[in-house]
Design a binder for this molecule. Sequence first.
Ligand code: ZN
Length: 372
Amino acid sequence: MRLQVKRALPIYWLDEDTVRIGAQQGITQELRDYAGELRSLLPLLDGTREMDELLHEAGIALPSLTAEQLRAGMALLDDCGLLEDASLYDHLPEKLHANQAFFAAAAANTGSPSNMAQGRISDSHVLLLGLGGGGSASVPSLLALGVKKLTIVDYDIVESSNLNRQTLYRTKDVGRFKVDVAAEYADAFAPDVSVSAFNQRISCVDDVKRLGADADAILCAIDEPPFVAQRRVNAAAVALGVPAVFLLSQHTRGRVFSVVPGLSGCMDCLQIHDEVSTEDFLPQYRALMSPERVGATAALAPHIQRLVSFGTDEIVRLITQYAAPFAAGKQMEVDYLTGNLGTVMEWEREPGCPTCGERDARYDHIFEIAPL
Ligand SMILES: [Zn+2]
C-alpha cells in the first residue's frame, strides 16, 4: 500500500496553521496544524512510498513523533476520508484514472469503499438494446466508463432524419447499418473494449435472454413494438436476475426507470400498479396500442443526451453499487422545458405479477393488451 492524499483533492493553506484538503462542500476537511506536523507529513503522502519507507521518512521529518503516533495520525486522515492507496491506479489504463479519482472522492459523500467501483466497471458486460436516439448516445459514455464488454443490438440503418439527435452517426453513414457504424466507432475510440454487434430485431424474450446471459446490466433503448419491447426486456432481465435501465423519451419530457430483480418492482408490476391506481388506464393503454396515426419524432439532441446521461449514470450505480440507484422502482422524469428532474411515480413489487411474482389470473387482462 502506498498512501496518498486522494488525488482529486487539492491541498491549500488558509494561514500558517490551517490547511484545507478538498474544495467541495461535504468533502473538504479543514485541519489545524499548530505543531507543523501536517506541513511535514502531507508532502510525503504523495503515493510514491510503501508504508515502511513512508514511516521512515516521516520519522526523519518529525523526530518528536513515534512510528505509532505517525500511524495514528495517518489513520485519522484516513478516517476523514482523505487518503487512498496509490496502487489502485497502477493496474488501470491512464484514461480511467479520473474515474478512479472520482469514485475515491465520492466515497467521502457516499460512505462506500472507493476501491471497488472502477474494478467492477472494468469487469462488466453491458447489453445495449437499440441504437436510436437513446442507445446511440449511450455508446460513448459506456465505452468511456471502461466496461469490459459491450453488446450492441439494432436492425436499422442510419437515415438523414436521425442526424438531428443521433450524434454518433455522420452524414456519410447514412444508409449503413447502425450496428456497423457503432462498432466501428467503438473500435476507434476504445479498442480495448470487447464489442459484440448484432444486427437483429428483438422479437421475443429469449432473444434478450440469449444476448444478456452473462450481462451485468441491460440498457433498454428500444420501444418497438410499444410496451411489448420493454416487456420483453423486463421479462428477460427478471429471468436472468440482471438489472435493466429503461429510457423513454416523448416530446418535451423523458423518463428513466430501472428494474432490479428481486428488489424493485418490475415493469409488469408497474402495469398492475397503473391499472389499480389509474381509473382510465386500460382504455388508454388499449387505444395507444392501435393508433390511427403514430406521431412523428419530435426531439432535440441536448434533451436526448440529458436523458441518456441519467440512464448511463444509473447503469454505473447498478454495476458498482458505489451509490444507490436513483430510479429503481421509480420513474424519474426529465422535463426538457424546465430542466427539472423529479420522481413522477413509484411502485413496489406486486405479489400477483406474472413476471416477478406468483401470477394472479385476475391481472391477465392487463397483459393481453401487449402480449410478449
Ligand atoms: Zn413484477
